[in-house]
Design a binder for this molecule. Structure first.
Ligand code: MN
Ligand code: MN
Length: 270
């Protein structure tokens, strides 16, 4: 159940309206990393989540994002106000001024309509939480860039508030993922093929304009080792057939009902 409180989560004050900046702010209203996308992504994940505690987390943050949408919308409306009466301001965004009457509409900074295709919802909690950590990182960097492009103190302060909350959310999603107590790379129900899973394929080789073939913890160490292509004189990846073993991946009591794991042919194989 939703209930609207007639008060912004963060009170917005704009000193000098800047329609062109208002247009950039639309990115956080109806853009791919914006507040509506965040609100819908977490809420829909929450409605799908079978674990009561983590469902509560998703609904808490999904609902807070709706409050952020309201704050961003208010900021945009204040910055867009001159488009109602000033020709040059209206030219900053004819879509907002002429079609939208100077208010907010669900589009991004380029006037492209919001789409549910922005949402990442898989119904697997460990996968969804990772998507959410990434979504918060994207929201953070967009606010960071917006702050750098406004001189208006009230706008800077509101954006600083919103940007900070995204980092808080990122920490909560990371803690929730950790609290599932699954091994870091355990996803779904079928364990990956042993040996092959540890092979880093050195697919971009030799010396080029940027220098040598680099080695780092991403290809050597952390359980990984480099495998060179046969065409480069290496061993190549281990391409032996390996029968999938359903039910071998480490799951969590907090996972939702796995999809496919109880299909008779699969269950027999396990
Ligand atoms: Mn937000
Ligand atoms: Mn957030």
């Amino acid at each position: 159940m939703y209930h609207h409180v007639k008060k912004l989560m963060y009170t917005v004050n704009v000193g000098t309206p800047d329609p062109a900046f208002g247009k950039m702010l639309l990115e956080q209203f109806g853009g791919m990393n914006g507040e509506l996308a965040a609100a819908m992504q977490y809420s829909i994940q929450g409605w799908n989540c079978e674990d009561a505690a983590r469902k509560d987390l998703l609904m808490d943050i999904g609902t807070e994002e709706l409050s952020h949408l309201e704050v961003v919308g208010s900021l945009i409306r204040m910055h867009m106000k001159p488009t109602k009466s000033d020709r040059a301001a209206a030219e900053a965004d004819p879509l907002v001024a002429i079609a939208g009457g100077g208010g907010v509409s669900l589009c991004n900074s380029a006037g492209v309509s919001w789409t549910a295709d922005y949402l990442k919802v898989t119904g697997d909690l460990a996968v969804d939480l990772r998507s959410n950590i990434a979504a918060e990182a994207r929201a953070k960097i967009v606010y960071d860039r917006l702050i750098n492009f406004t001189e208006d103190v009230g706008t800077q302060e509101a954006l600083q508030f919103l940007m900070t909350r995204e980092i808080t959310h990122m920490r909560s999603f990371a803690a929730a993922l950790e609290s599932m107590e699954k091994p870091a790379y355990s996803i779904g129900t079928i364990a990956p093929t042993p040996a092959l899973v540890d092979e880093y394929f050195n697919a971009s080789t030799g010396e080029g304009d940027l220098g040598k073939d680099y080695v780092g913890p991403w290809n050597e160490g952390n359980g990984l080792h480099i495998v060179n292509s046969k065409r480069e004189g290496g061993e190549g990846l281990t391409i032996k057939p390996y029968k999938p073993q359903p039910g071998t991946e480490k799951t969590s009591p907090h996972d939702s009902t796995p999809v496919g794991a109880n299909v008779p042919s699969r269950a027999k194989a396990a």
